[in-house]
Write a protein that binds this ligand. Sequence first.
Ligand SMILES: NC(=O)c1ccc[n+]([C@@H]2O[C@H](COP(=O)([O-])OP(=O)(O)OC[C@H]3O[C@@H](n4cnc5c(N)ncnc54)[C@H](OP(=O)(O)O)[C@@H]3O)[C@@H](O)[C@H]2O)c1
Length: 416
Amino acid sequence: MNQIIINARVTFRNSPIHVLEKFTIRDMSCAYEELKKHSGLDECVIIQTCNRIELFGKAKKYDVERIKKTWASLTGLNQEAFSEHLELVENKEALHHLLKLTAGLDSMVVGEEQILGQIKNSITLARNTKASGQHLNTLFDKAIRIGTRIRNSSGIGRGGISVGSMAVKLAEENIDDLKFKKILLIGTGEVSTLVAKSLQRRGYDFSITSRTLERSKAFCEAMGGKPVKFEEVLSGFEKYNILFVATTAPYFLVTHERITNAMKNNHKGMMILDLSNPRTVDEKVATIAGVKLMNLDQIAEMVEKNMTARLNKVKTIENIINEEVTVLEASMKRLDAEPLVKNVFKNIDSLRIKELQKALQMLDEKDEKKIKIIEELTKAVVESIVSTPMNNIRRASEQGDSNILETAGKLFDYKK
Ligand SMILES: NC(=O)c1ccc[n+]([C@@H]2O[C@H](COP(=O)([O-])OP(=O)(O)OC[C@H]3O[C@@H](n4cnc5c(N)ncnc54)[C@H](OP(=O)(O)O)[C@@H]3O)[C@@H](O)[C@H]2O)c1
């Protein structure tokens, strides 16, 4: 590839949740502005979920130190923090990784659906902020299509395993008689929906809260459960034995003080499952007697135990990805030829139009039908002469033959 595609990432694979959250980018618009100005990348897309913060970039040349420096400035971290946690791959490996993401193979819950939606949102935001361009837009559109196709044909996502169902299973394994316990969900987003679905399926009653009571009510209409006022919950955690916390709040909602107060009147104990990243439960609550705190790290362990059926499909999907990545790489290389090809077609077409107008003037032709025939003739002649060399240039580009591109550039007097 004339252009390099890079992927720089910090993920749950080599960073636990308390480390991962330090790399989290809080303000996406600002991040895109800074990356455009300082990273040295011509295009970039950020994928940020509870399990990963990833940067895809395109450049002719890149300097990883500049990328780290910009990322560090967005998070308040030192550049050194990246040495232990950052993975960096380029070109074919970066494309391969993106296909694993869209197919759900790199997810904590292999095959889960959420990541596909999150990637779609990421490329939409990058497009809207003009952080991505022709290369990354094409790459992401193709990767999303391929990932969807692989999911549909392999059935990897079937079977109802999700972060939500794993969290409920974790609660079941740690608490006796869950049916008789008071369960509360904090948050009405995607993850809470998954938890609620799983609770419903297993026949557990639960309450739900979110900052706006209306949202909780609407959630309950669709998912079951009982809506509770947010303020009531914050000052009355003692009513509950199990908390599932899944919000994007940028601070601790479940604080040490609130749980200490709650535990004065709660003699049955409390299990708190913080599914958020960044975490919304202060880890200090784990030191309070009778409180058991779990987070996404424990969910990851639970997932490993429950994935046998899905993991059997992984090898087949990996084989499909290996085939698809070759085709994807060829399409990306082909993009290198597009500016030249477009330029040649444009120049030749303006010459054609100029000469056509001259000829029509000399002929003093007024008959629309005849004018149309002559015009179509000029188009057909141009097309039949130019198409073959242009397709050959594209093919050479697909095969990574940059010499042909360079020579063609000289022949057609193309300046980048
Ligand atoms: N999506 C996934 O696949 C996935 C998987 C595992 C973990 N997670 C993590 O789980 C958390 C929730 O993710 P999600 O996908 O469910 O998000 P989401 O769909 O965007 O929902 C976010 C929820 O957070 C609540 N919220 C936001 N700011 C708040 C604040 N200041 N105080 C109280 N509530 C607040 C919102 O409640 P309102 O109704 O009050 O606005 C909403 O219910 C995130 O930390 C995410 O990283 C996500």
